[in-house]
Write a new protein. Structure first.
Length: 534
């Protein structure tokens, strides 16, 4: 039953209850979307005495009922059998919370399959209450869950109606008892003892319970009877117990058969990334770090040898870890999948993968706005993919940004991961460069990489002539030597004498005259020209 919310005003309190029917089955189908159109049953209990605890509608048509053993359920043709996964249920519940928090920060985590959202102040953003309920259903569907939604001024009324019918059900003010009248009393969640009392009395609907005299009911059933009587009359109001928005985004997938090839593994990783990115997008967040954990298939210490009757001893499953840190937050699941594929191509797991767990660390997305009269620049998110492709060819340690080392060794540097500065840092750095260029007119040094082999002629302890590559220049001025050395205790020690000389060259093909840095390597007993001052 669905009515337009004519009885609500912008200042009237209203609550929307969200209920996930067949939550256990939907949690399994969310991890494996291919199961949604197939007969599915879930098993639970101690091994090996598993029992059927949940049956889909198509499996029920085939005759499968809860309580059957695994062997009995397997006899039905075409039935898909899965074990109950608490991790999948936790991920589905977290996705349900993300959908609710994408609408309002005031959310009550009522149960594993039920949430209640406070709709105060949301009509100005989303429209009427029916439109808000539809928006919630759409956002839950985008996260892989089909939900019921009901809106009422009374929290308990909204919860019961959400469990009873798909909706969106909108209850006008003052008509709560009318909407609850025909519903079964089991939706009120009575205790086992009180449910037996109602059964003996022949009360099966909420309207029959609401018609009982409250004083007589109190004498027979106590406070529980009074409370459920008020709920059946649409007057069992209460305050919400709000939950804090969580920032944990994790998805898990346990495989029936271990996966060894990268191609099928990439398909499963893409499914997890789609789920994580959808949840983050619902919360207006993006991915900063991806952490992947793979449980590997257990190996066997001894090979099979029937002649010697050697028993195979199974080892504990190994764990493979892989992390991906991005220079800027990303919401593109396809881009993240390509980066993970390149990372796994370089360092793959050393055994077939049995279980996947993926965690995303969120961050606020960064908006990029180009200039109106500037040409369109490449997508900055594609830079990380380009660097990853280059790293897969030349090695991860050979790609990045050069960072000088705190050392006296000439030209000492290391490669660090490329990390673009923030916008404020770029503006600040640009201001500093502009100020220095206006106030200080310094000189620069142009390195020759690698240093060029050279020869030097001395006269009286001072260089008078130097040259390289068939070019000889006269030393006009000389300064030095400066002896520097280091790492004498290691194999890569270095020791050299540096001179700064002004050379005058002649000839049309001669290099430009100027100030050069000449270095004598004391370990190699050779001269080199390191570079030129501009």
């Amino acid at each position: 039953m669905s009515l337009v919310s004519k009885g609500f005003s912008h200042y009237t309190m209203a609550f929307c209850a969200i209920f996930v029917p067949q939550f256990l089955l939907q949690a399994a189908e969310r991890s494996e979307p291919g199961l949604r159109n197939q007969p599915l049953v879930l098993l639970d209990g101690p091994a090996p005495t598993f029992r059927v605890i949940a049956v889909s509608a198509t499996a029920r048509l085939l005759g499968v009922t809860p309580g059957l053993t695994k062997a009995a359920a397997a006899e039905f043709p075409g039935v898909q059998i899965r074990l109950r996964s608490k991790e999948q249920e936790a991920a589905a519940h977290a996705a349900l919370l993300d959908a609710a928090w994408s609408v309002s920060p005031r959310v009550e985590n009522t149960a594993l399959d039920i949430l209640v959202v406070d709709l105060a102040g949301l009509t100005a953003l989303f429209g009427c209450h029916e439109e808000i309920a539809r928006q919630i259903q759409v956002r839950c569907f985008e996260l892989g869950l089909t939900v019921h939604a009901a809106v009422s001024e009374n929290v308990e009324t909204a919860r019961i109606l959400a469990c009873a019918q798909p909706g969106p059900t909108i209850v006008p003010a003052g008509q709560e008892a009318f909407f609850l009248k025909s519903l079964p009393v089991g939706l009120l969640a009575p205790s086992v003892e009180f449910a037996e009392v109602l059964h003996h009395w022949g009360i099966t609907a909420c309207g029959a319970l609401a018609a009982l005299p409250v004083l007589s009911l109190s004498e027979c059933a106590g406070q529980e009877g009074v409370r459920l009587h008020a709920v059946a009359n649409g007057k069992g109001d209460r305050s919400l117990i709000l939950s804090e928005p969580a920032h944990i985004f994790e998805e898990t997938l346990e495989l029936d058969d271990a996966v060894e090839e990268l191609e099928p593994l990439s398909f499963l990783l893409g499914r997890l990334l789609d789920q994580l990115c959808a949840r983050l997008a619902a919360r207006a967040l993006a991915v900063r770090v991806i952490r992947l954990q793979c449980e590997l298939q257990p190996a066997f210490e001894n090979a099979v040898d029937s002649s010697r009757e050697i028993l195979r001893i199974q080892q504990l499953p190994g764990v493979f870890h892989c992390s991906l840190t991005l220079p800027r937050p990303v919401q593109d699941a396809k881009l993240l999948l390509k980066l993970l594929r390149l990372r796994l191509q370089d360092k793959p797991p050393n055994a077939p993968v049995q279980k996947l767990s993926m965690r995303a660390e969120p961050d606020r997305p960064v908006a990029v706005q180009g200039g109106l009269f500037l040409p369109a620049a490449p997508d900055p998110d594609r830079l990380e993919l380009t660097l990853a492709r280059v790293a897969s060819v030349v090695g991860e340690t050979n790609v990045g940004a050069a960072e000088p080392l705190d050392s006296y060794r000439p030209d000492a540097f290391r490669m660090r991961k490329f990390w673009p500065p923030a916008v404020a840092d770029v503006r600040h750095a640009g201001t500093l460069v502009f100020t220095e260029s206006r106030q200080e007119q310094g000189i620069s040094f142009r390195h020759f990489r690698p240093p060029l082999p050279a020869y030097v002629v001395f006269d009286g302890g001072w260089p008078v002539k130097a040259g390289w590559k068939k070019n000889t220049g006269k030393v006009v001025h000389a300064s030095g030597p400066w002896r520097i050395s280091g790492n004498w205790w290691e194999e890569n020690s270095w020791q050299e004498d540096a001179w700064e000389v002004e050379l005058q060259f002649t000839g049309e093909t001669a290099p430009a005259s100027g100030v050069y840095c000449l270095v004598f390597d004391a370990l190699q007993k050779k001269w080199f020209v390191r570079g030129r001052y501009d």
